[in-house]
Write a protein that binds this ligand. Structure first.
Ligand code: FES
Length: 165
């Protein structure tokens, strides 16, 4: 097993996953799930090691990594912001809530993580509290009956709380 580090990835961690799940192409999903659990995303260097050490081709590994919604190819922020676009939230203005979130966090088109790596925004189908729609969740805290202004106020408040700590 290698002690080498490549781009912040310990190859021994990848090798251990491969040892656990095997080298057949069927093992790609469990290996990638294990790597994502370890790193929070799938570092390119880890994917490269998987293709080098298993029977899985680069196309297969990349195909799995991009097909399944739970896999991430970029690091996630310190806090996850889930914005609900389920039916109830959509009807009550989820699109505007997403726009307000992007403005509040300074995210440009297509970006999901802030430049300081503090927040990552994800769109989800339903957060299970439709009566509070439109809804967002920051880590495990739900914020409901939102307006654009409330979204901005939430982040201003979080900033204030953080600077007082
Ligand atoms: S649709 Fe948004 S919480 Fe259910």
């Amino acid at each position: 097993m290698s002690n080498e580090m490549v781009g912040g990835v310990a190859l021994s961690v990848v090798d251990r996953m491969i040892e656990r799940y095997g080298t057949s192409s069927d093992a790609a999903i469990p290996i990638l799930l294990g790597l994502q659990e370890t790193y929070g995303y799938l570092p390119l260097e880890a994917l490269q090691r998987v293709t080098d050490k298993t029977e899985t081709t680069p196309n297969q590994v990349y195909g799995v990594a991009t097909f399944y919604g739970q896999f991430r190819l970029k690091p996630v922020g310190e806090h996850i912001v889930r914005v609900c676009h389920g039916t109830a939230c959509h009807v009550r203005g989820a699109v505007g809530i997403s726009e307000a979130l992007s403005e509040a966090l300074g995210l440009k088109d297509g970006e999901d993580t802030t430049a300081d790596n503090k927040y990552t925004v994800e769109t989800v189908a339903c957060l299970g509290c439709c009566s509070l729609s439109p809804v967002i969740m920051i880590d495990d805290k739900v914020y409901g009956k939102l307006t654009r202004k409330k979204v901005k106020d939430i982040f201003k408040q979080l900033e204030r709380e953080e600077s007082n700590q």
